[in-house]
Each structure stands twice: as structure tokens, then as C-alpha cells.
Design a protein around this ligand. Sequence first.
Ligand code: SAM
Ligand code: SF4
Length: 329
Amino acid sequence: MIDPFGRTVDYLRVSVTDRCDFRCVYCMAENMTFLPKKDLLTLEELDRLCSGFIDKGVKKLRLTGGEPLVRKNIMELVRSLSRHLDSGALEELTLTTNGSQLSRFSSELIDCGVKRINVSIDTLDHDKFAKITRWGHLSKVMEGLEAARNAGLAIKINAVALKEVNEFEIEEMMRWAHGEGFDLTLIETMPLGEIDEDRTDQYLPLSLVKKRLEENFTLTDIPYKTGGPARYVEVEQTGGRLGFITPLTHNFCESCNRVRITCTGTLYMCLGQDDAADLRQPLRNSEGNDLLYKAIDEAIGRKPKGHDFIIERQGQAPSVGRHMSMTGG
Ligand code: SAM
Ligand code: SF4
């Protein structure tokens, strides 16, 4: 799949549920209205949809959410998709998780050919963690990380940089992650969906974080790529890798290789734009895949050049009305 700007689209992110067992302050409001279960694609439909994309050239597939591991029977989907790893059609099957269910699922994930996962942790302080996630427990996530490591999964930690919340903890988090053998990627908050707080209060530019780290560490740019938008540096003093995802301070759209589908089968061609294509109807209207392929081709044909995120003042609507939990980041 090649878009109008000549970019090859070979990475699909699939939000398998909009529900979550956490309520992170930058991601969701505390009282969220979730989709009625009947609107969700079934696991079989998700499998068919993903397989259609793999037929069309997707090489990397990431399950996300909401929290992907709280979707009922999710491992049935993972196991079924792993056939594309066995056949060589798919190069990587992975997921982004909050880690709360990893104690339960890590060995099965490895068994299904998942090799590495992203786990989101914004702080190492138990009280702060409870405040950020509203409903989460850091100890449970730490147990999950241990289980994942013991099972043999490679782990990357994702942390959203939050002004005054984890702003002065980033050095400690980096030392911890690298000490454990995990990569760490920092993410700028993006203006997606109504939340209960003011985003200008949360926004911490990573250019500033990097500058502060450089006072104590030697950061060397490296060409390392995981198929995502992070730019990596190697940290001489820890020997670890640190990634920066900077949608606001440094736009990376020129190398965008991905599209996203929601758990209702809506395809978003850009995380930062509202244009979308419904794939549920073409999926349901025919047993064959011709209608689906046609809808995918039409959608890729109008993938936009990029996003135009800005962090607004209080009272203004977010750049994009939907929450990150719909498209999974
Ligand atoms: N629940 C899983 C998790 O937390 O990893 C997967 C879904 S979550 C929406 C995916 C990633 O998006 C997480 O790393 C989360 O921190 C990040 N995220 C959520 N809302 C965000 C926002 N408004 N700006 C930047 N990152 C956000
Ligand atoms: Fe849930 Fe992930 Fe959003 Fe936190 S960031 S509320 S864990 S979906």
C-alpha cells in the first residue's frame, strides 16, 4: 500500500477494545462512556480485518486499546494471528499494554510468537502512579514486568512526559529502565479527546527534557528504528537506549508508515486528523474480501500529509475529539 505522498504503509495498529482497567488522566476522563458491546467487531471479524491488511502488505501489527489484555478471550485473536508469523507474511506481532495483566498472559504471548512488548509506566512512585492512572496499582504492573521478562519478552517502557508530575523523575526512570535492560521512550502529551484536566498544565516539551538530561548524560543520536516515530539516542553512562516521540516539538509525519483501526472497524489514516473510513460494512457485506480491499485502497488513497497538533488553552476543544483509547496511540 502506497499513499499519495509515496509513503509505504506496512504497519497496522489495532485497538481491540476502547475499555481499560485504568483511567490515566491524560488519556481518559474518569467517567467514560464506552461503546456498547454490540458495536464491537467480534474477534473473528478482527482477525479477518487484520488478515486482509496483511494480504495487502502489512508487515507489522500492534494490538492496543484501551487495554488490549482486558478484551475477553483476546489470546484467541493473538493465537490466530500468529499463523501469519509462521507463514512469514507478518514480520512482527506485538502489543502496547499498561502491564496490569502481564502476570497472566506473558508466557502465552511468547508462545504465540510475540517477541517484544511496550509497557506504559509514567512514574516509579506508587502514590503518583495511583494518581496518574486513577485506578492502577504499580505493584501489579511491576509483577507483570517480572513475568514478562521471565517469559523472555523484550520490553520497552513508554512514559508520557507530564509537567510537574514526572518532570523531575525522568532521570531516575531512565536509570531504572536501563538498569533492568529495558528501552525507555518518552512521549509528549497529544491533544486527543476531552479529559477532566487542562492539557496546557500537562504539556512538557521533550526538547526541554533532553536539554536537561544532557547536563548529566552523553546522548548520542543513533539510527535505531522500531518501525515507529521515536528518534533514539544511546546514553553513554547507562549503556541504554532512550527514544523521544515528539509530535509537538518535532513533526515526524514525513516518514509515517502506519494506519489505525478501532474496535468498531473504523480506519483512521492519521492519528491527528478526523478523516476515517468505515471498514465494518464492507467486511460484513460480503464473505469475500473484494469490498474490503476496495475500501482500504480508497482510504489509503486519501491518507493526509500530516497532523497539526497544537496544545490549546483551557476551554478550547482538543485538536481531535476522540480519545487515544479509541485508536490506541
Ligand atoms: N492501555 C495501553 C497502554 O496504556 O499502554 C494501550 C493504549 S494507550 C492509549 C497507548 C499509549 O498512548 C500509552 O503509552 C499512553 O501513555 C499513550 N497516551 C494516551 N493518551 C495520550 C495522550 N493524550 N498523549 C500522548 N500519549 C498518550
Ligand atoms: Fe488505559 Fe492506556 Fe489510556 Fe491509561 S493510557 S487509560 S492504560 S488506555
